[in-house]
Structure formats: C-alpha cells, structure tokens
Design a binder for this molecule. Sequence first.
Ligand code: ARG
Length: 267
Amino acid sequence: MKKILSALLAGAIACTAAFALAGCGGSNNAGSNSSSAASDVESKADEANKGELHMATNAFFEPYEFYENDKIVGIDAEIAEAICEKLGYTLVIDDMDFDSIITAVQSGKADFGMAGMTVTEERKQAIDFTDTYTNAIQVIIVKEGSDKVKSAADLETASIGVQMGTTGDIYVSDFKNATIERYNKGADAVLALTQGKVDAVVIDNEPAKAFVAQNEGLTILEEPFENEEYAICVAKGSDLTAKINTALNELKSEGKVDEIIKKYIKA
Ligand code: ARG
C-alpha cells in the first residue's frame, strides 16, 4: 500500500512536471492517453502485475528501432525482447519523441529506455545506464558535391539539422556561428537537407547509412565526428539496472547480441 501511495505521488509529481515541460501523455503511443495522472499510474501498476516491462523509444532510427508494417523491430527491439525473455517479463514498446524518453523513465511511465541512446555524463545525472551494448559514431550527411560543408570544421559556420535532444544536437550546439535546426525525427532533418533548408545533418552512423540509402543525392563525409557508446537507461537507483546487466551480459557471452547486430548491420 505504501509502495502504491508513493508511486501515485511520484507519478503525480512527475506528470505535473511533464505537463509543464511538454504536456503529459503528449507523445504518440506512450502509455495511455488518459489525462489523469492517477489512472496512468494505476494502469501501469496493473500491467506490472502481469509481468510487463515498458520500453520507451523513438522508433524512427533504423536499424536500432523502426516500423516494419505496424511492428517496431530492430537491434534494440530484439535485444530488449531477449532481455525480457531472460527476466521473465513481456516486453511492451512505447514509441515517443526522443527527448521524452528520459522523463518517461524518470517518472516510471516506462521501466527503461532503449533508443540507440548514447551514454553521457549529463544524462547520468538524470538516470542510470546499464552496461553498454554497442558503439556508434556521429557522422555528417551532406548533399553530394556540397561546397558548403566538406569537413567537420565547416560545420562551425553552417546551417545544421539534428534530431532534438540527441548528442548530435548537443555537439553542434557548441558552434556559436552555426544555425541549428532541431527536428522531432532524424528523417525530418534529412528531408530538410534534401530540400536545401540545411547544409548538413549530424546523426549516428547506422541511421545515417539508412537515410542515405533511402534518399537520392546524399552522402556521408568520410571524416567521423564523435565516438559514442549505447546503453539502456533506467530510473536512478532502480534494481532493474543490475537485472538487465545480468541478462545483457549473458546475451553478450552467448553471442546473441552480436548475432542480432549482424542481422541488421551487414558488414
Ligand atoms: N545516439 C544519439 C543520442 O543518444 C541519438 C539517438 C537517437 N535515437 C532514436 N531512437 N531516435 O542522443
């Protein structure tokens, strides 16, 4: 009872905070669309009894998470599925804006976040990270034959498209003479590039490859930008971190993580 009460209270506070920031339940399929904080927490508690774990993600990030028909698939979706299977939970994936994921995890609306999410010191202040499961590079996409951006140094005075709240956004925000255009989806930043609205897009290498394959006339600059590592985020102090780590490390040593990555990323 005590637990439920404090969960209700935490949920209500988190929801109020979320309302102030972005509007509670403002993200697409994230949890219920109910406007009442209490019923949100209640339905969440019911689901927990059924043994569900909710994963918060932003499913426009191929090959990590993306829609195949109505289903969210990809490296993260499959690793999460394998982790849940080991821990005896049913996985439920909640799709939302990338910059809502940490709030969803902090408030308990989601149990963990997995979204090709890079471990950063700043994020560690807000949530805990599990062990890392893969690495990535931030790269620069430009139009073929671009004169404006030929190297990372050229970004400093360019107009750059990024997905809001991502590390790409964080890195280029240091450039005082650049113009940063922030989009909800990486695909929208890439669209702006094809339309000549921005000179370059900074985004993770694998999604970049997928975008370049799907859009004529784009190319990735050879020069890599920043190296990063991906991990799963969990509410601060939650015992889920240790549980996920146990399952994740088993999956790594069984070769399952590599197998899933190889399925989606052809060498
Ligand atoms: N790795 C970058 C970050 O953590 C981008 C992740 C974007 N993920 C997504 N599912 N849209 O900020």
